[in-house]
Ligand binder design. Structure first.
Ligand code: X2X
Length: 345
């Protein structure tokens, strides 16, 4: 907000308060609609989370804050790696964004993309719900947005059109679509693959045409986007990284709301985040993992690695981990490893 606008707003609010007018009448500066950016729509847990957040905000603010969803990152022409800058600039009012997509601007968020840092869901929770999560929220706040809650995209499993992947040698020469930060290029290069960076919007036609052989994404995306129909016939569960989602609001927008409405939006984000995480994990945390059966039922070969097989991928990517530890911040990575070691299983 410009200083003059701010002073005018503050004066108006003070006057209204002095006159004893109800808060509802102090909101003439509210927009009729707030724009929420998302990569994926309501067919996916990600977009469902957006819908849940928007509905809760509407209810908790008695309709004062009205949110419209813009899936497909349509406010930025589908270029998901520009979402964070657009948020900061006010092109986007609020978003639920993946740590991967914001990593080019906020290098600390690369933490979650460090290969094989997080062995299980408890490890993700130990990071987002502990000192690491706090520290990252402080970083995001400093970078110019208001972070409110964590959500989850999920563990990113690798698929391709050629053959089952059991060892790093199986990745050799495969063209793998990746998104976001250069860390992904390093990881897949270290594994002998041929990574190529492109947006999610471009990835699906590229798989369909055979311009790329494979991709990595959570299973909920695999099924909802029907990746078996774009030649993804082989799927390996390696759990190498997972991307959390972050619920955020543009700072000027946030400051334009009354304290009570800010609290309502924050509470709505926290509740929606919890519900969204449950949706993201549905089908993969139950003992019989029904989502895997569903995917096998689509004619996809699902490969589960033995601990020894998985270890080969860990070793092959260790130099990348070490290189990026320095770029992300050794203190943050050390804290993350400490939190994970102390996690409740
Ligand atoms: O582009 C992807 O792979 C996706 C949808 O998972 C993200 O936005 C990080």
């Amino acid at each position: 907000m410009k200083l003059r606008t701010f002073l005018a707003t503050a004066t108006a609010a003070a006057t209204l308060m002095a006159l004893g007018l109800p808060a509802a009448q102090a909101q003439s500066n509210y927009k009729s609609e707030y724009r929420m950016s998302l990569v994926l729509g309501t067919a996916f847990p990600w977009g469902k989370g957006g819908e849940i957040w928007a509905n809760k905000v509407k209810e908790k603010t008695q309709g004062r804050i009205n949110i419209k969803l813009y899936p497909g990152v349509s406010l930025i022409q589908g270029d998901q790696t520009r979402e964070f800058s657009a948020l900061r600039q006010g092109v986007i009012d609020m978003a639920i964004g993946s740590t991967i997509n914001w990593s080019p601007q906020v290098k600390q968020l690369n933490l979650f993309s460090l290969p094989f840092l997080m062995p299980d869901y408890a490890a993700i929770d130990a990071l987002t719900q502990g000192p690491v999560g706090k520290s990252l929220f402080a970083t995001l706040d400093k970078a110019g947005v208001v972070p409110l809650a964590w959500g989850e995209n999920g563990y990113r499993e690798i698929s391709n059109s050629k053959h089952a992947i059991k060892t790093p040698a199986d990745l050799k020469g495969l063209k793998i679509r990746v998104v976001g930060s250069p860390l992904f290029l390093d990881t897949f290069t270290a594994l002998g693959a041929n990574p190529t960076q492109m947006s999610w919007a471009d990835a699906q036609p590229a798989m369909a045409s055979g311009a790329v052989d494979g991709q990595e994404n959570p299973l909920s995306i695999f099924t909802a986007a029907k990746l078996q129909n774009v030649s993804q016939k082989y799927l390996t569960l390696w759990g190498y990284i997972a991307d959390p989602l972050v619920f955020v609001v543009n700072k000027e927008v946030w400051n334009s709301w009354t304290p009570a409405d800010r609290e309502a939006v924050r509470q709505a984000a926290i509740e929606a985040g919890q519900e969204q995480i449950a949706l993201a994990r549905k089908g993969v945390v139950e003992p019989d993992k029904p989502l895997l059966k569903q995917i096998e039922g689509l004619g996809v070969t699902v490969t589960q690695l033995t601990p020894a097989e998985r270890e080969q991928f860990v070793q092959a990517t260790r130099p990348v981990f070490n290189k990026w530890k320095g770029q992300i911040g050794a203190d943050l990575v050390n804290q993350a490893e400490k939190s994970i070691a102390a996690r409740k299983q």
